[in-house]
Design a protein. Structure first.
Length: 77
């Protein structure tokens, strides 16, 4: 019986963020990220977990990073 090697946490997070970017419109990513962060704060409850906090930050960063790049303007060389 062969077993697949376990994926690293970094690869799993990267795949999840690719799916979020592909299937969720930009207007819904921010509320989803905030809900994940709120669930992460309540991680001591049975179903919610502390894993939700970094995932929420990563989902929010999908939309915030391009905004900050736009505010900074073009790079000066």
């Amino acid at each position: 019986m062969s077993r697949r090697p376990r994926q690293s946490l970094k690869n799993r997070l990267r795949r999840a963020l690719v799916r979020v970017r592909r299937f969720l419109p930009p207007g819904t990513r921010l509320p989803i990220g905030l809900l994940l962060m709120a669930g992460g704060v309540l991680g001591f409850l049975p179903i919610l977990g502390f894993w939700m906090l970094p995932l929420g930050v990563a989902v929010i960063a999908l939309d915030v990073v391009p905004f900050w790049r736009w505010l900074r303007g073009p790079r000066k060389r």
